[in-house]
Write a protein that binds this ligand. Structure first.
Ligand code: CTP
Ligand code: MG
Length: 231
């Protein structure tokens, strides 16, 4: 199911690409590194550009990353990010003139299926926020010098992005969030604002590129996807 173009007010995609990619290493930050034929950042930009429900794409980058960003996605008005992901999102939200809904996405998750966007937008009919998530398959345990207690994985999910929100509600929740407290995603910020957040099915393709080996996994997923399309 595809959300029809104007079933909702303006839907803005906000991509945060202002990180340094320290764990991934490499000559350029991971969002500007090449994955197949284009930069990591260019993949999710393309996924939003081809989706008919997305009206505008806002890209947040770090100080000094303009040239790399332009090389990755061409001419675009880039918003300057902050020292943490949360600050980068906040700056991106502040740069949006008008929106009914916003999808906040990590540039480090380049492979974004249209079906996930569809599911998120459908969930916004009834909810102020919606996130894609997948169940945890591995055994979870506390780490230490030696193995610690196993953590029951019942009811635990792996939370992905994009995360979709009613624009006014996520902006208010970000404003109310304590400045000295970090947050790894935006759903926890909306939730702290008193809103329930719906869960939709995520996708293994949305795995984040965090470490060097994650590039090979993303390449493999991408070529599997391309061969399905052309084979
Ligand atoms: N991000 C951002 N601004 C920051 C930090 C992170 O926009 N100050 C973005 C990253 O570019 C990435 C997403 O948030 O798309 C998720 O963050 P993460 O995977 O931690 O990326 P980095 O912070 O770049 O990587 P690392 O933590 O290894 O340095
Ligand atoms: Mg980080």
């Amino acid at each position: 199911m595809r959300a029809p173009m104007d079933a909702k007010g303006p839907v803005v995609a906000l991509i945060v690409a202002a990180g340094k990619g320290e764990r991934a290493g490499g000559a350029v930050a991971k969002q500007f590194a090449r994955l197949d034929s284009r930069a990591v950042l260019a993949h999710s930009v393309a996924a939003f550009r081809r989706h008919p429900a997305i009206h505008q794409i806002v890209i947040v980058i770090g100080e000094g990353q303009e040239a790399e960003a332009r090389a990755a996605v061409g001419d675009h008005h880039f918003v300057m990010g902050g020292a943490t992901r949360r600050e980068s999102v906040f700056n991106g939200l502040a740069a949006i003139a008008s929106a009914s809904y916003v999808l906040i996405h990590d540039a480090a998750r380049p492979l974004l299926p249209a079906a996930v966007i569809d599911r998120l937008l459908a969930a916004l009919d009834e909810n102020a926020g919606a996130i894609p998530a997948l169940p945890v398959a591995d055994t979870l345990a506390r780490a230490g010098d030696v193995l610690g207690d196993t953590v029951p994985r019942d009811g635990l999910m792996r939370v992905q992005t994009p995360q979709a929100f009613r624009f006014a509600d996520i902006v208010a929740a970000h404003r109310d969030w304590p400045a000295d407290r970090d947050a790894t995603d935006d759903a926890q910020i909306l939730r702290a604002g008193g809103y329930p957040v719906a869960i939709v099915e995520g996708d293994p393709a949305l795995e984040k590129i965090t470490h060097p080996a994650d590039f090979a996994a993303a390449e493999a997923r991408l070529s599997a996807r391309t061969s399905i399309r052309t084979g």
